[in-house]
Design a protein around this ligand. Structure first.
Ligand SMILES: Cc1cc2nc3c(=O)[nH]c(=O)nc-3n(C[C@H](O)[C@H](O)[C@H](O)COP(=O)(O)O)c2cc1C
Length: 360
């Protein structure tokens, strides 16, 4: 089986040629976004047409994402990609969520999150968003000083079923300035705790060699640094040893970066659901993926900025102030927060070989 290759240009090269349509659709599914690029999915094949998807517990961020909410969001994005790919190959993906029973909102089950049967169906229409899957990337580079208009936000809203997942959007400079403080303060809270900092460092790739050895995580290339600053930061300023031993070096850099990123947004979007059941997290993940694919098709860059939404107790006060600020009732859950704008393209982030997901 051929791996999904990282072209390091602007798009993932998705190899094909395999006879089994499940492998073909899964090569697109694993291009879904995931927190810190953890790729927290396990896949099993049953019979000749069934796929079972579960969460890989080894890849959960237990300190930064203690409820596993972000893992479920990324599983939603995975299922959206899978569905889009199946359609374009002439199949209907029958997706049953939690076929072995409904989990509660806090447990992360070992059992399947989704059971998928791929049924040949020549009358399925290809969704044009499918073509965006290999070229959708999280863009952490500085965005141009250009507003994302309300008309663009309107087009983005039409890309998903907004009756179940609400989409908020603003391009107001005052709101963006206040969110800059929220995101910087939240990053400070996140990295001030040693366990959360170590979890972040675990998925940060400081050198090209680290990136080659682990096709997951986020490296300097994906962090919004240009080639020259990448070289200087990686070689002289921010090594794994320094970031681990210094209390503040990595933290200060991350706070500065996220403040610049938020301040440079051309617009801010957020997705919320009425409750926080697992199924709503999956729905929000599917909606988020469609939004990101639609934005990509419109030439708009997107970066999730989710530290202010974290579920651990240290973030509680900041999070409830954020809800108040965005006018979201505290009975609802803001599932995703992201900046939108215009920027040059970024290299793709790595993915593990499909075999690695199937082995688990
Ligand atoms: C639930 C969730 C939360 C995320 N939070 C952040 C975030 O706070 N900051 C960020 O830069 N990227 C965030 N991301 C983006 C991931 O880091 C990104 O998807 C991953 O590194 C893979 O890269 P790609 O999106 O370019 O394929 C998040 C993604 C998901 C699904």
């Amino acid at each position: 089986m051929m791996p999904v290759q990282n072209t390091n240009v602007t798009g993932h090269a998705v190899t094909s040629g395999s006879e089994d349509v499940r492998e073909r659709v899964l090569r697109y599914a694993i291009l879904a976004p995931s927190p810190r690029n953890t790729q927290p999915w396990k896949i099993q094949f049953k019979g000749i047409e069934r796929i079972l998807v579960s969460i890989d517990h080894e890849r959960l961020l237990t300190a930064c994402d203690p409820k596993g909410r972000q893992a479920f969001l990324s599983t939603g994005a995975f299922l959206e990609n899978l569905d889009l790919a199946a359609r374009s190959f002439g199949y209907r993906a029958d997706i049953d969520l939690f076929p072995e029973g409904w989990p509660d909102a806090t447990a992360i089950p070992d059992t399947s999150i989704a059971r998928i049967d791929l049924i040949p169906n020549r009358s399925c229409d290809e969704d044009p968003l499918f073509l965006q899957i290999p070229v959708r990337h999280t863009n952490r580079r500085p965005f141009r000083k250009e507003e994302v208009s309300l008309s663009i936000a309107g087009q983005i809203t039409e890309s998903f079923d907004y009756t179940r997942v609400s989409f908020g959007f603003s391009n107001n400079r005052d709101l963006i300035a206040s969110l800059t403080d929220f995101s910087g303060d939240a990053m400070n809270i996140e990295l001030s705790d040693l366990k959360r900092k170590n979890e972040t460092l675990k998925y940060f790739r400081f050198t090209d060699q680290e990136a080659r050895e682990s096709p997951d995580g986020i490296g300097f290339a994906q962090s919004g640094y240009g080639r020259v600053s990448r070289f200087f930061i990686g070689n002289f300023f921010l090594s794994r040893d320094r970031a681990t031993s210094s209390q503040s070096l990595f933290l200060k850099n991350a706070v500065k970066k996220v403040r610049e990123q938020t301040a440079g947004a051309g617009g801010i979007g957020w997705l919320s659901t009425k409750s926080d059941h697992r199924i709503e997290q999956i729905r929000a993940g599917r909606a988020f993926q469609r939004i990101h694919l639609k934005a990509t098709s419109l030439g708009i860059s997107l970066q999730a900025i989710t530290q202010p939404l974290a579920d651990y107790p240290d973030m509680r006060d900041l999070r409830s102030r954020l809800y108040e600020h965005l006018g979201t009732p505290d009975t609802h859950t803001i599932q995703m927060l992201f900046r939108l704008g215009y920027a040059p393209p970024v290299p793709s982030s790595p993915r593990r070989d499909l075999d690695a997901f199937l082995a688990g």
